[in-house]
Design a protein around this ligand. Structure first.
Ligand SMILES: *[C@@H]1O[C@H](CO)[C@@H](O)[C@H](O)[C@H]1NC(C)=O
Ligand SMILES: *[C@@H]1O[C@H](CO)[C@@H](O)[C@H](O)[C@H]1NC(C)=O
Ligand SMILES: *[C@@H]1O[C@H](CO)[C@@H](O)[C@H](O)[C@H]1NC(C)=O
Ligand SMILES: *[C@@H]1O[C@H](CO)[C@@H](O)[C@H](O)[C@H]1NC(C)=O
Ligand SMILES: *[C@@H]1O[C@H](CO)[C@@H](O)[C@H](O)[C@H]1NC(C)=O
Ligand SMILES: *[C@@H]1O[C@H](CO)[C@@H](O)[C@H](O)[C@H]1NC(C)=O
Ligand SMILES: *[C@@H]1O[C@H](CO)[C@@H](O)[C@H](O)[C@H]1NC(C)=O
Length: 443
């Protein structure tokens, strides 16, 4: 009897414990579900703020389109109040591509750029001219004195002079800007070019260097799209770019490479290279050198550099202020040290010890000696990758598009007019067409 009672007690206790266990389990499950819901909401919220592509934005866009049409009816009503800044910031801005529309573009740059302000819509539809807030005019080699121009303009609209290349690269453009007085004088409100003194600095076709963590590179974007893994997690898992670069140094067994497309230039870079080649091995690929380079070879030139070469000649064909082309940024991305020669202030546009500036050396011989020194002393050579701890080369930066969309919303910006765009873009381009007096060449 006693035994059975104690057995009962034990089983009762077990039962109670089982119940407690079940309740605990239930609570845990409920808690888990609750937590999961919370955190997924949290993620959604975060995505809203970081990822400009969220569907919420398209809703905002649809309603704002109505706003625009409503607002355009209100034109005659005298303005009593200043617009509410917050309301103004949310309002969708129409940005009209007057020319050079690329059909896969759309709002992609704003999405790829993870821009903070994304309520802009890009369109090539000229019938939306009257509703556009910003009109982009791409100055290119097809610009001519009989280019069709917008028929109307309203005082609040910004007409933007956009250039993907330097003025010196297109003679026909220079001629058009000189002779077409419609666009030359008092026409443009903003400029959007690679030059640092533009209203919007636009280096999409050149490149830029940004502080880490910078998620705008094509590679990390592709990873984000494919894997949907948290980006911070990815950054932590990736071995540092610097570590990868340094680990490659040992396998490099050639010194200097060059892949020029133009053999003779007005700034005589080829003469500098010829003299350098007499002092250290310089492998010249393509039409200007001894090493033939077909299409495939040219396509894979950066991999060749990464594997074999310690240095690359990133000598610009044109010497202009702020003019550093993709040649430079590509090489930075591929773990080779660029030797630069150009008209830009590299110290401002690139971090220290990310490049060697030929103009810092009193002679071609001094540069050659320095290269041989670095070749023999990997610990010094590897210092040229230290910057990768803090910075990253971005090959197609979208920040210009972000700035454009942000500025389209900023009504605190004062009206601005370029009195003579040819003066600004051509005469003040600060380009050198002959550097024989500057290059430290041997006689
Ligand atoms: C999410 O996006 C909406 C619409 O663009 C915006 O009104 C809201 O402020 C955003 N939320 C956060 C947390 O950024
Ligand atoms: C655009 O506005 C002008 C007046 O500024 C007007 O004459 C013209 O008809 C309008 N065009 C369209 C397509 O609405
Ligand atoms: C303008 O330049 C592009 C390449 O940048 C070229 O394909 C096109 O043929 C050129 N057009 C003219 C009229 O020179
Ligand atoms: C501009 O006009 C000239 C002659 O009137 C013509 O030859 C040329 O093709 C035109 N250019 C464009 C871009 O329409
Ligand atoms: C090409 O090779 C020949 C023979 O090896 C040499 O004399 C010449 O200097 C080389 N030219 C260049 C540009 O390297
Ligand atoms: C843009 O330029 C035009 C033409 O010079 C000028 O009338 C207008 O006030 C300017 N608008 C702004 C917003 O800067
Ligand atoms: C070089 O520029 C100067 C003025 O900067 C000009 O007088 C000269 O004609 C230019 N030479 C060439 C070949 O373009």
């Amino acid at each position: 009897m006693r035994l059975s009672i104690s057995k009962l007690l034990v089983s009762a206790r077990l039962l109670v414990q089982w119940r407690i266990f079940k309740i605990t389990l239930l609570l845990l499950v409920i808690g888990g579900v609750f937590y999961a819901t919370q955190s997924s909401l949290g993620i959604a919220r975060n995505q809203n703020s970081t990822d400009g592509s969220s569907s919420l934005d398209s809703f905002a866009s649809a309603s704002s389109i109505m706003d625009i049409f409503l607002k355009s009816d209100e034109q005659d009503v005298p303005e009593e109040d200043y617009p509410d800044p917050q309301e103004e910031a949310n309002r969708l801005k129409i940005i009209l591509y007057w020319n050079e529309w690329d059909s896969n573009m759309g709002n992609q740059p704003l999405i790829d750029g993870l821009c903070p302000v994304t309520s802009c819509i890009f369109t090539p539809d000229r019938s939306l001219l009257n509703f556009s807030h910003v009109v982009l005019f791409f100055a290119n080699n097809e610009t001519s004195p009989n280019t069709t121009l917008p028929e109307y303009r309203q005082p609040h609209q910004r007409f933007v002079f956009v250039a993907r290349h330097a003025s010196i690269e297109s003679e026909s453009l220079i001629e058009a800007l000189t002779n077409d007085h419609r666009i030359r004088f008092d026409y443009f409100n903003w400029t959007m070019t690679y030059r640092q003194d533009s209203d919007i600095v636009f280096r999409e076709s050149f490149g830029a260097i940004k502080k880490l963590p910078y998620l705008m590179s094509q590679r990390s974007l592709a990873e984000r799209k494919n894997k949907k893994v948290s980006t911070t997690l990815q950054l932590m898992k990736r071995p540092s770019a610097r570590a990868r670069a340094v680990s490659r140094i040992g396998s490099k067994n050639k010194l200097v490479a060059w892949f020029p497309k133009t053999c003779t230039t007005s700034i005589h870079r080829e003469e500098y290279v010829r003299q350098l080649g007499q002092l250290v091995p310089v492998d010249i690929y393509g039409p200007c050198g001894n090493l033939s380079c077909n299409f495939d070879c040219f396509q894979s030139r950066y991999d060749t550099l990464r594997l074999d070469y310690k240095f690359y000649l990133a000598f610009e064909e044109f010497w202009c202020a702020d003019y550093i082309t993709a040649e430079f940024y590509n090489v930075l991305d591929y773990d080779t040290v660029p030797i630069v020669l150009g008209g830009a202030d590299y110290e401002i546009l690139a971090p220290p010890n990310s490049f060697i500036n030929a103009l810092d050396f009193p002679s071609v011989g001094a540069l050659a000696e320095y290269l041989l020194f670095l070749d023999k002393n990997p610990e010094f050579y590897s210092r040229y990758f230290e910057w990768k701890k803090v910075y990253q080369a971005v090959l197609s930066p979208k920040s210009g598009w972000c700035d454009l969309c942000r500025m389209a919303h900023d009504f605190s910006l004062k009206p601005k007019i370029y009195k003579d765009i040819k003066l600004w873009w051509v005469d003040e381009m600060k380009c050198q067409n002959d550097s024989l007096g500057i290059l430290p060449l041997a006689k």
